[in-house]
Design a binder for this molecule. Structure first.
Ligand SMILES: *[C@@H]1O[C@H](CO)[C@@H](O)[C@H](O)[C@H]1NC(C)=O
Ligand SMILES: *[C@@H]1O[C@H](CO)[C@@H](O)[C@H](O)[C@H]1NC(C)=O
Ligand SMILES: *[C@@H]1O[C@H](CO)[C@@H](O)[C@H](O)[C@H]1NC(C)=O
Ligand SMILES: *[C@@H]1O[C@H](CO)[C@@H](O)[C@H](O)[C@H]1NC(C)=O
Length: 260
């Protein structure tokens, strides 16, 4: 089995790791190699490589405000080469721009209505934001290549990708984690980076998250994972960030969304 990416043709040679199931992504065994933890440079359908770190990234947008006032919103799911570098736009032939139509065709209407609320573009054009996230990042996740499916139907991996990002996001409730630690949007308060990072370890299996600021104001969180198996039904293991925070160590603002 072979597939090509922007970096060339990669061999897939791990059929013995599959437990066969029909009409879906092949299941990986529980002892599949943990990504970023092997010297193996052979990507397989059960081993994320070179993008072995998967980042569930989130926004806190206040200018203008997007999404519910008591929730962060989804940015995406990004493969990173375990070192802070990453591949992008790996398969132009699968860089679909009709994400809504694809998800509707797959009967994923609940997913779509969730995305309409929580995966929103600060510029208002959600469809092009989704297409950008899929084409730039999603097509670089080697374990959801069409060749990793049995009885593949076109764009199946697109629906799996968006559903997985939403599922991960739901398990990483940044707003509640911060508010449980007394860190709430308030234009008259500021917070320390240490307190924010400590609060976020509670939703991230004890690992730190990357915390991003713009003009000293909290606006992004990235949760890093390594994965055993494929990116859809593999086991996600929280891991430390590969990027340094862009926030000051103290005096961090957390602006309320408008309408709050
Ligand atoms: C893999 O692990 C999960 C959770 O620990 C368990 O439910 C499942 O039965 C295991 N599968 C196999 C094939 O061992
Ligand atoms: C995973 O476990 C199975 C069954 O115990 C074994 O046959 C296989 O070699 C193991 N695979 C790896 C990659 O360790
Ligand atoms: C989405 O676009 C692709 C590429 O143009 C096309 O093959 C596919 O049929 C479209 N899907 C739907 C549901 O319109
Ligand atoms: C994007 O989603 C938001 C929130 O649901 C909505 O207000 C906005 O109209 C959507 N934009 C487009 C272009 O669909």
């Amino acid at each position: 089995m072979f597939f090509s990416t922007s970096t060339g043709v990669l061999a897939l040679a791990a059929t013995q790791l599959f437990i066969g199931v029909s009409a879906q992504l092949k299941t990986c065994t529980n002892n599949s190699t943990l990504s970023c933890h092997s010297s193996s440079k052979a990507p397989t359908c059960c081993y994320n490589y070179p993008g072995g770190a998967l980042l569930q990234t989130q926004f806190w947008d206040t200018n203008p405000s997007t999404g519910p006032s008591d929730s962060w919103t989804i940015h995406g799911l990004w493969p990173d080469n375990c070192d802070g570098t990453y591949q992008s736009s790996c398969d132009p032939s699968r860089a679909y721009t009709n994400i809504t139509a694809i998800l509707k065709e797959q009967g994923r209407n609940q997913l779509l209505s969730y995305m309409d609320q929580y995966w929103v573009n600060i510029d208002g054009d959600n469809e092009s934001f989704w297409a950008h996230e899929w084409g730039k990042h999603g097509t670089c996740i080697n374990t959801i290549d069409p060749s990793c499916y049995t009885n593949y139907t076109p764009q199946e991996e697109v629906g799996d990708f968006f559903q997985k990002v939403v599922n991960l996001f739901k398990s990483l409730d940044t707003y509640t984690a911060l508010s449980n630690a007394g860190i709430t949007p308030d234009s008259s308060k500021t917070y320390s980076l240490g307190d924010i990072e400590a609060a976020l370890t509670k939703v991230h299996g004890g690992s730190q998250a990357y915390v991003g600021c713009e003009d000293g104001s909290l606006n992004q969180v990235w949760y890093f994972f390594n994965v055993r198996g494929n990116a859809i039904n593999g086991q996600y293991q929280a891991t430390a960030p590969l990027s340094k925070s862009t926030c000051p160590s103290s005096g961090i603002k957390y602006a309320p969304k408008s309408g709050n």
